[in-house]
Design a protein around this ligand. Structure first.
Ligand SMILES: Nc1ncnc2c1ncn2[C@@H]1O[C@H](COP(=O)(O)OP(=O)(O)O)[C@@H](O)[C@H]1O
Ligand SMILES: [Mg+2]
Length: 389
């Protein structure tokens, strides 16, 4: 099974002999077998590798020391594993200067390499590396569109990842989530079995729970289980999200509308909280109440974003406009999403995102605009704070 930590990641292997074990240990990775001299040029022009594996027995130690020193000058230096029977001290010393590095004594099994690679690749890069963003999406009223918009937000965020990291959608509607059915994917997240030992949830467990969707991002979704909310502990949910944020470039959470013991912690850990309403008076009133509740219970200053879904022209009776909706909400909406039943229905029937099956739909354009605006607002805020510091 391919591993979301490794899928599409660029792995440089120095030493032909290491290649078969590396391929077995890291399925899904884009592997390149290179001469050690290539590492001296790493990062020049080309993207630097996501992981470097070196067979220390296959090359002169001095050349390898130079290669590792070249890696240490990259920003951030890639995780590096040195494998061999007799590792010279000067080589190990050079390796230890890399923050994310390890040694493997030959002979070793593919499993041992897989474990070390997963640990190094999920470790936070030294400062200067990119941190993951977590978005939570919750409906103010059933059927307002949280699942639909969470899928399209995950899609839009996938297009923004600069370093090839994947995006993950986590469906926390643990009893009867719809994200897997919307995406035509198999729900594999058996979180109840991990609830007794949440500390054991790591990148390897996550990779067993995750499924790659045709939309291009990964999905963590639980099989239907009416007792899930009583069987799954807050510790397991929070540990799962913590690991997902380490493994993925961005995480989008489809949150249940009814508050769970872990809901506030998930919201507090989210960079963006989107409350989805539709354009009916009851939904708008519920959205106003939910936003107020969330903001009252979270740290001062943390804002929930209101997203008004299914904006339609007024041909079907007294539909409020976005401006009227904002009056009822007593706040500005972060974005409005046009109604497009054909695109929404076709995509769920075919299994996948709207952007995949109906890329020209206004829903796709509206979600992209919303995501670009919110990502831009955060980046500007961070730049301004950095400038003031
Ligand atoms: N902008 C939209 N235009 C048309 N249909 C939509 C739109 N957003 C959602 N839908 C449809 O509305 C229904 C409910 O959406 P869903 O995402 O399941 O809501 P929730 O997760 O809040 O219960 C689904 O059939 C979905 O395809
Ligand atoms: Mg839903």
């Amino acid at each position: 099974m391919s591993n979301p930590v490794m899928t599409g990641r660029r792995v440089c292997v120095v030493g032909e002999r290491l290649a078969p074990t590396a391929r077995e240990a890291l399925p899904g990775a884009a592997m390149q077998i290179v001469a050690p001299e290539v590492l001296l040029e790493a990062g020049r022009g080309d993207r630097s590798p996501d992981l470097v594996l070196i067979d220390a027995d296959a090359t002169a130690p001095d050349l390898l020391v130079q290669a590792i020193e070249a890696l240490s000058r990259l920003s951030p230096p890639p995780p590096t594993v040195l494998a061999g029977g007799h590792l010279p001290t000067n080589l190990v010393r050079a390796l230890l200067r890399l923050e994310r590095s390890d040694v493997l004594e030959a002979p070793f099994a593919p499993d041992a390499l897989a474990r070390i690679a997963a640990r190094l690749m999920t470790a936070a890069p030294p400062s200067g590396g990119q941190s993951s963003r977590c978005w939570s999406v919750v409906s103010a009223a059933g059927g307002a569109g949280a699942t639909t918009l969470a899928i399209e937000i995950a899609d839009a965020l996938s297009g923004l990842q600069k370093d090839g990291r994947r995006v993950c959608l986590v469906d926390l509607n643990l009893a009867d989530g719809a994200a897997s059915a919307f995406l035509g994917a198999t729900p594999l997240m058996h979180l109840a079995s991990s609830s007794a030992t949440p500390e054991r949830i790591d990148a390897a467990v996550l990779s067993a729970f995750a499924v790659q969707t045709s939309a291009g991002f990964d999905l963590l979704a639980a099989p239907r289980n009416p007792n899930a909310f009583t069987q799954i502990t807050p510790e397991a949910v929070l540990r799962l999200l913590e690991v997902a944020c380490q493994v993925y470039g961005a995480v989008v959470v489809d949150l249940p509308r009814i508050r769970q013991p872990w809901t506030l912690d998930v919201l507090a850990g989210s960079d963006e909280v989107c409350v989805v309403s539709e354009l009916t008076v009851p939904a708008l009133l519920a959205a106003r109440a939910l936003v107020n509740e969330i903001e009252a219970d979270l740290d001062a200053g943390k804002q929930a974003r209101l997203v008004v879904n299914r904006l339609a022209s007024r041909v079907f009776g007294p539909v409020p406009s976005l401006v009227e909706a904002e009056k009822a909400l007593q706040r500005k909406a972060a974005g409005g999403i046009t109604s497009d039943w054909e695109a929404a229905a076709a995509s769920v029937n075919l299994g996948g995102s709207i952007s995949q099956h109906r890329p020209k739909s206004k829903i796709v354009q509206d979600v992209k605009r919303l995501v670009d605006r919110l990502v831009g607002a955060t980046d500007h805020g961070q730049d301004a704070r950095r400038g003031a510091a």
